[in-house]
Design a protein around this ligand. Structure first.
Ligand SMILES: Cc1ncc(COP(=O)(O)OP(=O)(O)O)c(N)n1
Ligand SMILES: Cc1nc(C(=O)O)sc1CCOP(=O)(O)O
Ligand SMILES: [Mg+2]
Length: 208
C-alpha cells in the first residue's frame, strides 16, 4: 500500500442495493480506485461469504484490492487481499498473524497513540477519522489535517482519511499528506450515480 500520490479507497454501502455488482463494476471502471472494502454491518457470515464471492472477482479483475471489514479470520478464509480492523474488532496482533502477506488496516480515530501502536502491530495503513460529519455512521472522534501532516512527516506507513469526505472538502486532506481517502457517501450517494462519484473524487484529488 505504499503510494506517492493520494488515491481513492472505496467502501461499500452498509446494505447492498439490488444490482450492486453492476453498479460496482461501473464505478471501478470510471477512474482510479486503490481498494474496495466490503463493509456489511450486522450481516451474517454466510451473507458476507456470498457477497465476497460475487464482488471480489469484480474488484480483482480491475487490479483493485479487496478488503473485508471487521473480521480477519473470515478475510483469510475467503482469500481476500486483506482486512480492516477497528479498535473493537479483536486482537490486532492475531489479525496480523492470520493475514500474513496480506493487507491489514487499523482504525486509529484521532489518536497518535493508537496509530503508533497500530504501526508496532504491523498495520499496512492507519486510518484516521472522522474528518467531517457523516450520516453513514455515528462517530465519536474528530480528526484534523494536522494529524495527517504529523503522521506523514514522522512515519512511512500510509494513512487513510475517512469520515464525511467529499470532492468538495477533500483538498486539505490531500495537501496534508493523506495517502488514501476512504469514502462511502461521496460515491454511492452521488446525485449522478457512483461512476460520477468516482470521477468527481479523482478530479478533486488531482486538483488539490
Ligand atoms: C478505512 C477505514 N477506516 C475506518 C473504518 C472504521 O472501522 P471501525 O472503527 O471498526 O468501524 P466500522 O467500520 O466497523 O463500523 C473503516 N471501516 N475503514
Ligand atoms: C466507516 C466509517 N468509519 C469512520 C471513522 O471515523 O472511523 S467514518 C465512517 C463512515 C464513512 O462514510 P462516509 O464517507 O459516507 O462519511
Ligand atoms: Mg469495525
Amino acid at each position: 500500500m505504499t503510494e506517492e500520490r493520494c488515491r481513492l479507497y472505496l467502501i461499500t454501502p452498509p446494505v447492498l442495493p439490488a444490482g450492486f455488482a453492476d453498479l460496482l463494476a461501473a464505478a471501478l471502471d470510471a477512474g482510479d480506485v486503490a481498494c474496495l472494502q466490503l463493509r456489511l454491518k450486522d450481516a451474517a457470515p454466510d451473507d458476507i461469504r456470498r457477497a465476497t464471492e460475487t464482488l471480489m472477482p469484480i474488484a480483482q479483475a480491475r487490479d483493485v484490492a479487496f478488503l473485508l471489514n471487521d473480521d480477519a479470520a473470515l478475510a483469510a478464509e475467503l482469500g481476500c487481499d486483506g482486512a480492516h480492523l477497528g479498535q473493537e474488532d479483536g486482537d490486532h496482533a492475531a489479525g496480523r498473524k492470520l493475514l500474513e502477506g496480506k493487507i491489514l488496516g487499523i482504525t486509529c480515530h484521532a489518536s497518535r497513540h493508537l496509530a503508533m501502536l497500530a504501526g508496532e502491530q504491523g498495520a499496512d495503513y492507519v486510518a484516521f477519522g472522522a474528518f467531517f460529519p457523516t450520516g453513514t455512521k455515528a462517530t465519536l472522534h474528530r480528526a484534523t489535517p494536522e494529524l495527517l501532516e504529523w503522521w506523514s512527516e514522522m512515519f512511512e506507513i500510509p494513512s487513510v482519511a475517512i469520515g464525511g469526505i467529499t470532492a468538495e472538502n477533500c483538498a486539505p486532506l490531500v495537501r496534508a499528506g493523506a495517502d488514501f481517502l476512504a469514502v462511502v457517501g461521496a460515491v454511492w450517494s452521488h446525485p449522478e450515480g457512483p461512476a460520477a462519484g468516482v470521477r468527481a473524487m479523482n478530479a478533486a484529488i488531482a486538483a488539490a
